[in-house]
Design a protein around this ligand. Structure first.
Ligand code: ZN
Length: 487
């Protein structure tokens, strides 16, 4: 029997703001000692009054627009009530009835071609604190993260396989980092996801029971956890066992999902409007301002790179994966054009040598770009196009420019990388090689014309590869002919 798989993801993304969602505490707590970024508001002390973070709401709306959502004019912050040690107030400020962004979609590479994953909503909330479990069985709590602005991005159950779930998660990360609303740092939990999955026999109309896998913080884990969970559910269905709506955790060591608790329903949280924050009314003018803030998105730029610069689909996709690389490429193209260097030639340097060197140094593109100025790429290619240097020397000059942050033209001059052209220097070398190889010269004179290949090789060796082979052959032929007439 065939089974249908239905997956929906809830992605939690911290919003990149300086302060927390409802107080002035710094949201940059990464290296801070525990419980130093706290105040009465984010500690949930009685009587402390929250003030919404304007920038967090702007960035969440920007996210909604990037994900093709509609922005709601009226926004209500609600209290989601539950007890947990990392939640000092006993409720989380979130949104329930009136989320900031509704509907929307994200296009991904689906299992059978391009596919739109529809979104239900993007809402704002606050992050919880963090529990640290010690080796002796104790637990510690750190409230530095409590109250950090968070967005929850909820998809419709449009995802049909673990691979699609991974691609959707990757696409969302690309967009969030690209528009500057999230750090994309999954290891620290700044971006994480819960996956809902249900399985039902083909032909059955109603969905199977929904199982939620909590707090997955890597692309690989989302794929593996879902694959495991789908297998588990199919096995249970085949054995006639019921699937219980529940929450499970992914255990990366055993490679299995583990039951945590039976799933609570929305009613269990007793949501009600936060009495300390009046509804937020967003005007059309305010929404238009957000729209004006939205940069060109990666998909649009990828298509433009193909159309405007004639790049292959592969190169265009590699060069629009990250915004810093993409911006750098465009700066390099603009500088290279004044030298008659094509966008394709610039792309080849980036996808080849530039990426190879980044891998070697382990740097971020932004860091390397501080030394390797975008105009250097056109410079090195122009020297190559004009026959001033060979391809081997061009690579040497490029690498030196990358490592030292100096102009390739200066490096070529300093290291004497310029091709040895026709002229006295080459003629001298040619004469030396002819004098040093009388046997080969004799063979050539007797009519074995291929013997000249050996002589060319000797001259190239003497120039350490810096001569143009055609120029060497020409000089050799001239010199051999001249000597023959002289005899
Ligand atoms: Zn605070």
């Amino acid at each position: 029997m065939d089974y249908l798989v239905t997956i929906g993801l809830e992605i939690h993304a911290q919003i990149l703001t300086r302060s927390k969602m409802f107080c002035g505490c710094s949201a940059d707590y990464a290296d801070a000692p525990p419980n130093t970024h706290v105040c009465p508001v984010c500690m949930g002390l009685p009587g402390a009054l929250p003030t919404p973070n304007r920038r967090a709401i702007e960035l969440a709306a920007l996210t909604g627009l990037a994900l093709n959502c509609r922005i709601s004019h009226t926004n209500v912050i609600s209290r989601k009530n539950y007890f947990y040690a990392d939640l000092p107030s006993g409720y989380q400020r979130s949104q329930y009835d009136d989320p900031l962004c509704v509907d929307g979609w994200v296009e991904i590479e689906g299992d059978s071609g391009p596919k739109r994953i529809r979104l239900t909503r993007v809402h704002i909330e606050e992050d919880t604190g963090k529990l640290i479990h010690t080796n002796d069985g104790g637990s510690l709590v750190d409230f530095n993260r409590a109250g950090v602005p968070l967005m929850e991005i909820v998809s419709k159950p449009d995802i049909s396989s673990p691979e699609e779930a991974r691609r959707y998660f990757q696409k969302l990360r690309q967009i969030l980092v690209w528009i500057g609303v999230n750090s994309g740092d999954m290891e620290s939990g700044a971006l994480r996801c819960d996956a809902n999955v249900s399985v039902r026999p083909a032909g059955q109309q109603e969905y199977g029971a929904k199982v939620e896998i909590k707090n997955i913080n890597s692309f690989r884990f989302v794929e593996r956890a879902l694959a495991y969970e789908i297998e588990r559910q199919i096995r249970a269905l085949k054995a006639g066992e019921p699937i219980v709506q529940s929450t499970r955790g992914w255990d990366e060591i055993s490679g299995t999902t583990v039951a945590q608790r039976t799933k609570e329903f929305a009613e269990d949280y007793r949501y009600f409007p936060e009495p300390d924050i009046p509804p937020l009314h967003l005007t059309d003018a305010w929404i238009d301002e957000r729209r004006a803030e939205l940069p060109e998105l990666p998909d649009a730029r990828r298509i433009r790179f193909i159309e405007e610069y004639g790049l292959t689909a592969y190169d265009a996709s590699v060069l629009t994966d990250e915004r810093t690389v993409s911006d750098y490429y465009e700066q390099a193209v603009a500088a290279a054009r004044t030298r008659g260097v094509t966008p394709k030639e610039v792309a080849n340097w980036l996808t080849g040598e530039f990426f190879r060197l980044l891998k070697e140094t382990g740097e971020s593109p932004a860091h390397a770009a501080q030394r390797m100025r975008p105009e250097y790429i056109g410079e090195v290619q122009e020297l190559l196009n004009n026959g001033v240097i060979t391809r081997t020397s061009a690579k040497e000059a490029f690498e030196a420019a990358f490592r030292e942050g100096r102009s390739p033209a200066v490096i070529v001059a300093e290291r004497g990388l310029a091709v040895i052209g026709a002229g006295d220097a080459l003629t001298d070398l040619v004469r030396q090689v002819i004098a040093g190889n009388p046997k080969v010269v004799e063979e050539y004179r007797r009519g074995k014309l291929t013997a000249i290949k050996y002589l060319i090789g000797q001259v190239m060796k003497a120039t350490r590869g810096q001569a143009n082979p055609q120029a060497v052959q020409q000089a050799l032929e001239q010199e051999l002919a001249r000597e023959q007439t002289a005899c």
